[in-house]
Design a protein around this ligand. Structure first.
Ligand code: HEM
Length: 256
């Protein structure tokens, strides 16, 4: 143990916080860096766009939402954008995240605050987000109406999905888990890469990350409320048809 007069060993600075990612751990160092970075770009950037830009347009109504989906569907090389910009990075981040979880010996010696709750929450929110993303991608992108071919059906398709109370609960839990994971992940990223160091600065950043978590959650919840409760006939047989007619974009890019 260090005496009061002798300088404390360097490791004691790390033991109370998140350890920076350090070179010298072979391929695992590179993979840890890639995992960490992929959480921000492109996966985090996509989540930001998905909740705060694209889905929030639903709040202004089915027409605006259809135009946004149409815009995304008509981006050049959209399949490759999705494959290399979204699906493969999420798959890498998730699979390596499960591996880190399973190994349990991350470079984090001890996350600060109350008994490593944050450490546990980061893993469980990642796991829940993974289940949610698999389900959401399967139902919205690969089954039922193809929304790239028929953006006008987008609002109705989401509305029909969240009309089921169990699925609505799943969406709410998935949204909050992903929002927490990303918001606290920004804090982790900044600590590990040495972008924000020092107790005060890290506390301030934590406050900002919590505010960002609230923003993502509230905007996401208002969007879900809009899909479920507003701009539509009560769901039933033909609800999609009503919605589709209602949601035909009045302007914007041509619908394929
Ligand atoms: C919604 C999609 C996701 C986003 C936006 C995201 C974002 C992030 C960010 C920004 C970080 C902090 C980077 C760092 O620790 O340096 C992180 C960490 C982490 N993520 Fe994700 N992630 C997502 C999905 C997942 C999934 C599906 C898993 C699977 C379990 C996962 C597992 C992890 C783990 C274990 C860490 C902590 C690594 C550590 O403590 O060293 N993430 N994530």
């Amino acid at each position: 143990m260090a005496s009061a007069s002798s300088p404390a060993p360097a490791v004691s600075n790390i033991a109370h916080g998140v350890a920076p990612l350090r070179a010298g751990h072979g391929s695992s160092f590179i993979l840890r860096r890639l995992h960490s970075l992929s959480g921000i770009v492109p996966v985090g950037a996509f989540l930001f766009e998905h909740i705060l830009v694209s889905n929030s347009t639903a709040i202004t109504g089915p027409d605006a939402y259809a135009r946004q989906v149409s815009f995304l569907a008509n981006l050049p090389l959209v399949f490759f954008l999705e494959l290399f910009g979204i699906w493969l990075p999420i798959l890498f981040h998730a699979l390596y995240g499960f591996y880190i979880w399973y190994r349990g010996n991350g470079n984090t010696i001890a996350y600060p605050w109350s008994g490593n709750w944050m450490y546990t929450a980061q893993r469980w929110t990642g796991g829940i987000a993974f289940l949610y993303i698999v389900w959401h991608t399967y139902t919205m992108r690969f089954t039922g109406t193809d929304l790239h071919d028929n953006p006008a059906a987008s609002f109705g398709k989401v509305a029909a999905e969240v009309h089921d109370p169990w699925l609505l609960a799943f969406y709410v839990i998935g949204l909050i888990a992903a929002s927490w994971h990303f918001a606290y992940g920004i804090w982790l990223f900044a600590a590990k890469w040495g972008i924000v160091s020092g107790d005060k600065a890290q506390q301030r950043l934590l406050g900002l990350c919590l505010a960002f978590f609230m923003l993502l959650s509230v905007v996401g919840l208002v969007s879900l409320y809009t899909f479920r409760e507003r701009f539509q006939e009560p769901p039933g047989p033909g609800a999609n048809i009503v919605e589709t007619q209602h949601a035909t974009p009045s302007s914007g890019r041509p619908v394929q």
